[in-house]
Design a protein around this ligand. Structure first.
Ligand code: SF4
Length: 348
């Protein structure tokens, strides 16, 4: 993989760019409330799955205050997503939120954008400046070349940052158009040394969203383009994190964690691999060691795959057989399988 080096931006304790590991982000899906305990509990859960950074929409100053309280105790850095009102960005910076995402195009007068840049600079808070193919400046909306339009929009947003000498910035150029997203990020990475936040905007529900995101992210990441990723899905933050991690693993960028082989199940299955895999998924993604796990429905391919994994399980008639490093260690019932398998997983 080519090493396309960029500046490094520090988001809380996560380093973005400069050859540091590609971080995985997600976005919170509901409004902020004063009830911080449940937010912190779910953020902890997402961290366990492998989430590095989490972003929240902050539409008003009350939300900024709620997020400020969460950011103080969050186990991962928080990003405040601000549109329209620059004063909310200033409030979030004052409250110590670790990163601010703004769209200078909808903040209004240039002096308001400059106020945010100056406050970020004074408080050493990084910004993410985002170009979205669906909300380009009016002058660029009719351009046929969508990628070129996105680059021009990014350069317009870059002007006040460069003029004020503020380099603590991550850029993003997202579109729901796969080709335009790949081209825009490729050209941007050749011209500029800002780290890139990659993603396909409004990628859709689970299946189309995963397909589009995989095509775009794999294409860019394998060429060394991209420093942090977010898979946007009409699904849960946990699904976004797991998909992001799987894309990094399948692209050969992330080597640790569990590699899962599971059979699709057919009429021969004597063991329900679908529900079993779903049940143990959160335990699997919490393992940071490099391990292989096989979950198989019957004896056609089950013993072969299960034997080759660090830990394997397969249906075999009325029983369920568990393998560890190629050897049978348990013959049990479907009811007991989950408990025994998880215990063995924890021992590995
Ligand atoms: S392992 Fe058995 S249950 Fe699973 S797909 Fe193959 S034949 Fe079907």
């Amino acid at each position: 993989m080519e090493n396309m080096s960029t500046n490094t931006v520090k988001v809380g304790d996560i380093l973005v760019g400069g050859g540091f590991p590609v971080s995985v982000q997600t976005m919170w899906k509901t409004p902020l409330t004063p009830e911080k305990k449940s937010f912190l509990s779910e953020i902890k859960n997402l961290k366990g799955l492998g989430c590095d950074i989490i972003r929240f929409s902050v539409p008003d100053t009350d939300s900024a205050v709620y997020l400020g309280a969460i950011a103080k105790e969050s186990p991962i850095p928080i990003v405040a997503d601000i549109h329209f009102d620059y004063r909310i960005a200033l409030e979030c910076i004052k409250l110590g939120i670790q990163k601010i995402r703004i769209n200078p195009g909808n903040i209004g007068a240039l002096w308001k954008v400059e106020e945010v840049i100056k406050a970020a600079s004074d408080n050493d808070v990084p910004l993410r400046v985002g170009v979205n193919g669906g909300s380009l400046p009016t002058a660029l909306r009719d351009m046929e070349d969508r990628a070129a339009a996105m680059i021009l929009a990014a350069e317009m947003e870059m002007e006040p940052l460069e003029r004020l000498g503020f380099k603590n910035v991550v850029f993003s150029l997202k579109s729901s158009d796969i080709k335009a997203t790949v081209e825009a990020n490729t050209v941007f990475s050749e011209k500029y040394d800002y780290p890139l936040h990659l993603g396909v905007t409004e990628a859709g529900p689970m299946i189309p969203g995963v397909v589009k995101s995989t095509i775009v992210l794999q294409n860019l990441l394998k060429r060394g383009i991209g420093d942090t990723i977010r898979v946007s899905l009409s699904d849960t933050p946990a699904s976004e994190v797991i998909t992001g991690i799987e894309i990094l693993k399948a692209s050969g960028i992330k080597k640790d964690g569990v590699s899962i082989v599971s059979c699709p199940r057919c009429g021969r299955a004597s063991f329900d691999t679908h529900s079993f895999t779903k049940k143990i998924e959160s335990v699997l993604y919490r393992k940071k060691k490099s391990l292989s796990v096989a979950v198989m429905g019957c004896i056609v391919n089950g013993p072969g795959e299960a034997r080759h994994a660090d830990l394997g399980i397969t249906g075999s008639g009325d029983t369920v057989v568990i393998f560890k490093k190629g050897k049978i260690i348990h013959k049990t019932t479907t009811d007991m399988a989950e408990k025994i398998f998880v215990e063995e997983l924890e021992k590995l």
